[in-house]
Design a binder for this molecule. Structure first.
Ligand SMILES: Cc1cc2nc3c(=O)[nH]c(=O)nc-3n(C[C@H](O)[C@H](O)[C@H](O)COP(=O)(O)O)c2cc1C
Length: 276
């Protein structure tokens, strides 16, 4: 006579847990259970932290705009300096006109670039910045003079370096020709090589440079080997980054692209001619 089959009173879970620890079925069960619990925790954390991440990104964006705009008083937070001095405006790139199609405060370049309704695929021949897709709209940021004119125009710029897309802000002074500052806030170029785009001394070279040539075309040049800034004719020339000619070339191309006809050219033209 065979032995009566042992049945656990607690159902299948209890019967698996009652197995010896070195039983393969129990090992597999515990491994799957741990994976499930961990994935639920990670997913919950990712979803739960999303608003915090968005708030941090927004804070970072504001801090960078305030820095490149050169506004704010000692002791003042970036958020206050932004609120007091900076006017965000959404513009339609094709003609530089103001638009309320999207909220400039929550504008996400990468996300908008992926949306076929809000962006266009760049024809290869025109894609000098290597961005592949370009939003139809972009937020720009204006610091006004006391009389309501433009003191500084801050333009978001982005484009391909060697390893990554560089995202930054270029400030133009009120004449809409002179560079007031440049800051890249996101990239993955090599520290010490292309990553020197963050170097304060290199960034300082940009201040006061003339972004357009005599014909009005974007004319920034990054020169390998360096530039004698005291020599006339070098007003639009910036020292190339040592050992990082490819990133330098990317920066030159992306700046000239965004200042050109396919970028903020129509906006700059509109502002120069006094149309709003
Ligand atoms: C590991 C590694 C990382 C590099 N990172 C960069 C970079 O971030 N940007 C860049 O332009 N060149 C980078 N380079 C160098 C390029 O391959 C290329 O040699 C350089 O851009 C040429 O610049 P140069 O003519 O000023 O030397 C890197 C090279 C190596 C081996």
């Amino acid at each position: 006579m065979s032995a009566p089959e042992h049945k656990s009173a607690g159902g299948p879970l209890a019967s698996i847990l009652a197995l010896p620890n070195d039983d393969p079925k129990k090992t597999l069960f515990v491994a799957i259970a741990v994976c499930l619990v961990c994935s639920v925790v990670v997913a919950a954390a990712a979803i739960g932290l999303r608003p915090l991440q968005a708030a941090n990104q927004e804070r970072d964006r504001i801090r960078n705009i305030v820095e490149v705009a050169g506004v704010g008083k000692p002791g003042q937070s970036a958020a206050e300096a932004f609120r007091e001095n900076v006017e965000p405006i959404l513009i339609r790139l094709s003609d530089g006109s103001q638009s309320d199609a999207l909220d400039p405060a929550t504008f996400d370049i990468a996300k908008v670039s992926k949306d076929p309704a809000l962006s266009r695929a760049m024809p290869k021949a025109d894609d000098h910045a290597g961005i592949k897709r370009q939003p139809h709209f972009m937020p720009v940021y204006v610091v006004r003079t006391e009389s309501g004119g433009i003191k500084t125009l801050i333009l978001p710029v982005h484009g391909a370096g060697l390893w990554s897309t560089l995202y930054g802000f270029l400030a133009l002074e009120g004449d809409l020709r002179t560079v007031g500052g440049l800051k890249f806030y996101q990239h993955a170029e090599t520290p010490g090589l292309g990553g020197e785009v963050d170097n304060l001394n290199w960034r300082a070279i940009w201040n006061g440079k003339i972004a357009f040539d005599d014909t009005g075309r974007p004319g920034i040049q990054l020169v390998k080997g360096g530039v004698d800034h005291s020599v006339a004719g070098n007003e639009s020339r910036i020292d190339g980054l040592a050992g990082a000619t490819l990133t330098s070339r990317g920066v030159e191309k992306l700046i000239n692209f965004w200042l050109g006809e396919a970028g903020y050219g129509p906006l700059i033209e509109r502002l120069r001619s006094g149309r709003s």
